[in-house]
Design a protein around this ligand. Structure first.
Ligand SMILES: Nc1ncnc2c1ncn2[C@@H]1O[C@H](COP(=O)(O)OP(=O)(O)O)[C@@H](O)[C@H]1O
Ligand SMILES: [Mg+2]
Length: 256
């Protein structure tokens, strides 16, 4: 399981996480929603030790991530697939080499690597594309290659940072299906960052909203859909501002 406990993180004067706590249990897909620039990416970078908290704790499988010796941190990262927000494929490398990247750091021979790459590309419905190049693929296909690169490691966890942002609705639905398949077929535990509520509802086991540095509400899809919290309501309904009736209902401290 993944556990962040009372995490604080600031960059200079800028306070980003201010008591962020979240538990992700085995086999679930936890969706993190929240406005742009509120610290969603910062939060998940703590899970793989790309950022260290100023205070608070981060555990993955009971390993104390910020305090792991380097070698153990690398071993942990091999269990966590990370699909970056701006799925950076290397344009000069074939699709096969892009997917194989993480595998080459492991002790695997060429045949094993080839097998894993072709399996991963099949799983994202891009079979036999090894010899093609990123420039020949659509945006949605490139995202799927990014996902294939993560799943080629056969990770226990996958972190998806805005996997559908910038994609058209049909392509987004394909990526959503893929994330659902990873959970159902491979039993992967995931964290998905998105501000696309349609995607959040379709892939999420639970949804957590990050707001003002902490988790404002976490609950099942139904609980979030039916939330009475005006801040969460406003976000999920995509309204620009709260109406006056709702404003009146906001507690003085909005960090409920
Ligand atoms: N490495 C960094 N150095 C300084 N500021 C950062 C760094 N990473 C993120 N930030 C700042 O932290 C805030 C939250 O960023 P981010 O987590 O990327 O937001 P989002 O919720 O959109 O993913 C932003 O103001 C961003 O500029
Ligand atoms: Mg982000």
């Amino acid at each position: 399981m993944i556990k962040l406990k009372d995490v604080y993180k600031a960059f200079g004067e800028k306070k980003v996480l201010q008591g962020f706590s979240l538990d992700v249990t085995e086999g679930e897909t936890m969706v993190i929603i929240g406005y742009s620039g509120t610290g969603k990416s910062v939060a998940i970078k703590h899970i793989v030790g790309l950022l260290e908290p100023d205070s608070g704790q981060v555990f993955v499988d009971d390993k104390d991530v910020p305090n792991l010796p380097r070698r153990e941190l690398y071993a942990l990262r091999a269990k966590i697939g990370y699909v970056f927000q701006f799925a950076a494929l290397f344009d000069s490398m074939s699709i096969g080499d892009n997917v194989a990247m993480g595998l080459r750091k492991l002790e695997m021979n060429d045949d094993e690597i080839r097998g894993r790459v072709s399996e991963a590309l099949r799983l994202v419905d891009l079979p036999d594309t090894e010899t093609r190049y990123p420039a020949e693929l659509s945006g949605g296909m490139r995202k799927r290659v990014g996902i294939a690169r993560a799943i080629a490691l056969r990770p226990k966890y996958i972190l998806y940072d805005e996997p559908t942002t910038g994609l058209d609705p049909v392509t987004s639905a394909v990526i959503d299906e893929l994330m659902i398949r990873m959970r159902k077929q491979l039993g992967v535990t995931s964290v998905v960052i998105t501000h696309d509520m349609r995607s959040a509802y379709s892939v999420g086991s639970r949804i957590a909203m990050l707001y003002e540095g902490r988790v404002r509400q976490v609950g099942t899809v139904d609980e979030i859909r039916n939330t009475k919290d005006p801040v969460v309501r406003q976000f999920i309904e995509g309204r620009a501002t709260m109406n006056e009736v709702e404003m009146a209902g906001v507690p003085a401290s909005s960090n409920a």
